[in-house]
Design a protein around this ligand. Structure first.
Ligand SMILES: NC(=O)c1ccc[n+]([C@@H]2O[C@H](COP(=O)([O-])OP(=O)(O)OC[C@H]3O[C@@H](n4cnc5c(N)ncnc54)[C@H](O)[C@@H]3O)[C@@H](O)[C@H]2O)c1
Length: 307
């Protein structure tokens, strides 16, 4: 079976590609390298350096005839979507329509797509389940949710199966720690370098961190099963940013005191998500506890720094 993975040079997709190749899938990657890294690209995958908005995408799909599409390429920064909503919508909506049209013309059977906790806004109850009301606070939230509608429409018009995985905060090896990168990646790199990280707000914000390899498992299981629809992928576990920071210090046997800066506008106070639906449907559950996931992540950054 052949899978076209957009964004395959990025953090999450590169783990998915590695797992799919281990499971004997044939992989093609489309990535503009806007944000991803060629080091992340599995050598056994065929790579097209292309923007998902490129009109030539359909030709590639028709040539490669993928059975499945994993559409992960995206503009992923919430602040960037606020600063430049046109660019965000251009990549995340128009780029996605280009991928959907190419999929339709190439008779793709199923598309898997990652949505985000950014579509829920400040939760009205916890844990967040798939029925939770939506309250988008950024262009990014809007574009991630808009694609969910397009996928439903392509299912009803053209019978292309789809799975939306609404993921909580994903962390693990290969995550970008620069700019608006993930908080785990930033803490790991700073603490390994004996630098002092900064926490926005009082650090008592609650989040739900899911390990990237567990997320990759959710993609593989969704691909293999006959499920359609929207599913949360999370741990239903709460941890504050202060606790997360302390845990990384403990693993490293360090005690670096961080600084605090004013809370960022639009930061959500408390968010964690239930994964009951996907668990009941295909048996997925997070396998990696936070300590183990952080240890593996720290090992990755240690190796990276020693290179
Ligand atoms: N990281 C998280 O916690 C998280 C949570 C929920 C959902 N997601 C979603 O998962 C997906 C992957 O996120 P990630 O964290 O791996 O980000 P990433 O930036 O590491 O990966 C995205 C990839 O898309 C590529 N890309 C960007 N614009 C492109 C374009 N116009 N054409 C072709 N390629 C393009 C980038 O070069 C990059 O390799 C995104 O859709 C994101 O919205 C991420």
């Amino acid at each position: 079976m052949k899978v076209m993975v957009t964004g395959g040079a990025g953090f999450i997709s590169s783990h998915i590609v590695d797992l799919l190749i281990e499971n004997n899938y044939e992989i093609c990657i489309i990535d503009s390298l806007e944000h991803g890294n060629t080091e992340n690209i599995n050598k056994k995958a065929k790579f097209y350096k292309m923007d998902i908005r490129d009109p030539g995408i359909t030709e590639v799909f028709i040539k490669e005839k993928p059975d499945f599409v994993i559409h992960n390429a995206a503009q992923i920064s919430v602040p960037a979507s606020v600063d430049d909503p046109m660019n965000d919508a251009s990549i995340n909506i128009l780029g996605t329509i280009n991928i959907l049209e190419a999929s339709r013309k190439a008779n793709v059977k199923k598309i898997i797509y990652p949505a985000s906790a950014a579509i829920f806004g400040e939760p009205s109850y916890l844990p967040i389940d798939e029925q939770h009301p939506l309250e988008m606070l950024s262009g990014y939230g809007i574009t991630k949710h808009t694609v969910e509608h397009y996928l439903k429409v392509y299912k009803s018009l053209y019978n292309i199966d789809f799975v939306v995985l609404r993921c909580s905060n994903i962390y693990g090896p290969r995550q970008d720690s620069s700019g608006e990168g993930g908080v785990v990646a930033i803490f790991c790199e700073k603490l390994l370098n004996d630098e002092i990280p900064c926490i926005y707000g009082d650090g008592e914000q609650i989040r739900d961190f899911v390990y990237v390899k567990d997320v990759a498992d959710a993609y593989l299981m969704s691909l293999k099963s006959n499920i359609n629809g929207i599913y949360n992928v999370a741990t239903n576990t709460k941890i504050s940013i202060n606790e997360l920071y302390k845990e990384i210090n403990v693993i490293l046997h360090k005690n670096i005191v961080c600084t605090y800066a004013p809370e960022r506008r639009g930061d959500i106070r408390e968010s964690y998500m239930s994964y009951d639906k996907i668990n009941k449907k295909i048996g997925w559950e997070p396998e990696t506890n936070l300590t183990k996931g952080l240890q593996e992540t720290l090992n990755y950054y240690k190796n990276k720094l020693s290179r």
